[in-house]
Design a protein around this ligand. Structure first.
Ligand code: AMP
Length: 286
């Protein structure tokens, strides 16, 4: 049996960190909404490699869901998540699995942050209030955990950029580390929501990454407007997948690219629906 510490309150977490944290130690933090998969595990492993102690939070944040049924159907299984984390076999991990009350203290209002426009692109356009909810909970969790380093996946690249901005806006000295996207053998980006796909839908879902790979190939040789049209046509040809948006954007502003500027980095971003399951993915283009 693992002796991994599982704290369900802010207070229990603080006292357990107090007893475990050596004065010169570095504390890593991996926030998650549970339903853990190998993508989460890769973040936890990186945090373990780079810190003397790691807090993994498991908390389905109600304020970041713009869609009620998405929140209600979000997969939750704390015991299974604890098993997944125990299987990593590290004695450096403390799990923080709080109640909504413990995090929000009865006030579920979202703070309104100004992230200089990052929050209005892509996910911000299509999920109103989503990033206010994300930033609100990340801010609260950072205050509770007080880490030196926090790990976020490039799977949610816009979220990663917004969290980096949040930390600079609040003037915290926390290193935000972006981690590569973990994928299924088919190329499908791992996601807790993949559990909701039927087998035939999963097969179609692997097309998302194939299309992104083709976009990577076309970038710098095919005009961006033609790439957009090509991508739209690919998704229109698939009866299982409904494209919500496709964007090629510059990574620091996340503004939609019209032309390619030298010395700038670009990524392609996509959001689709398969039935009512919403999936996002992205890829570096240069
Ligand atoms: P979530 O539980 O979906 O809120 O995700 C928690 C963290 O894991 C976020 O920083 C995500 O970006 C990251 N994450 C989720 N899926 C993946 C993946 N396939 N590869 C890498 N990181 C991921």
């Amino acid at each position: 049996m693992s002796s991994m510490k599982v704290c369900t309150t802010n207070q229990a977490l603080s006292s357990s960190l107090e007893s475990l944290k050596a004065s010169d130690s570095s504390l890593g933090f991996v926030p998650t909404m549970g339903a853990l998969h190998q993508g989460h595990v890769s973040l936890i492993q990186k945090a373990i490699a780079e810190n003397s102690l790691v807090v993994v939070s498991i908390f389905v944040n109600p304020t970041q869901f713009d869609n009620k049924s998405d929140l209600e159907t979000y997969p939750q299984n704390l015991n299974k998540d604890i098993e997944t984390i125990s299987a990593i076999g590290s004695d450096k991990i403390v799990v923080y699995a709080p109640s909504t009350q413990d995090v929000y203290k009865g006030d579920l209002s979202k703070e309104n942050f100004d992230f200089g426009g990052l929050e209005h692109q892509m996910e911000g356009k299509h999920r109103p209030g989503h990033f206010d909810g994300v930033a609100t909970v990340v801010y609260k969790l950072l205050q509770i955990v007080r880490p030196d380093m926090a790990y976020f996946g490039e799977k949610d690249f816009q979220q990663l950029q917004i969290v980096k901005k949040l930390v600079s806006v609040i003037g915290a000295s926390i290193n935000i580390i972006g981690c590569p996207i973990a994928r299924e053998p088919s190329g499908l980006a791992m996601s807790s929501r993949n559990k909701r796909l039927y087998n035939n839908e999963r097969k179609h879902a692997s097309k998302i990454y194939q299309i992104l790979k083709s976009v990577e190939q076309k970038f710098e040789t095919v005009p961006i407007s033609d790439i957009r049209k090509w991508v739209q046509a690919q998704f229109e040809n698939d009866p299982y997948i409904n494209l919500e948006y496709f964007e090629i954007s510059e990574v620091s502003t996340l503004e939609s690219a019209v032309t390619i500027a030298p010395n700038k980095k670009y990524r392609a971003f996509v959001a689709v629906f398969i039935r009512d399951v919403r999936l996002i993915d992205n890829i570096a283009l240069n």
